[in-house]
Design a binder for this molecule. Sequence first.
Ligand code: SF4
Length: 79
Amino acid sequence: MSGADHPTVRGGLDPSAGLCATCTWVRRIVNDRGSVFLRCGFADRDPAFPRYPPLPVLACDAHRARPTGGDGEMCDRAP
Ligand code: SF4
């Protein structure tokens, strides 16, 4: 896997994204070509975090588990 381009799995995020797949801060971005990118919403609060972290993320101090049963705060809008 390279970069932050990932398919979704049954409407959720590919578990191969690592911690981002379960994080409430992650944003799922779909561009005009249908490519899916994972963007770190926490990077808007703390510029020390990359907006598009190299995946998989295996350790992250800002990870916050998304509530189960939904996609939490994720959105599908292109920037
Ligand atoms: S806070 Fe960490 S785990 Fe969560 S989306 Fe950002 S980089 Fe991924």
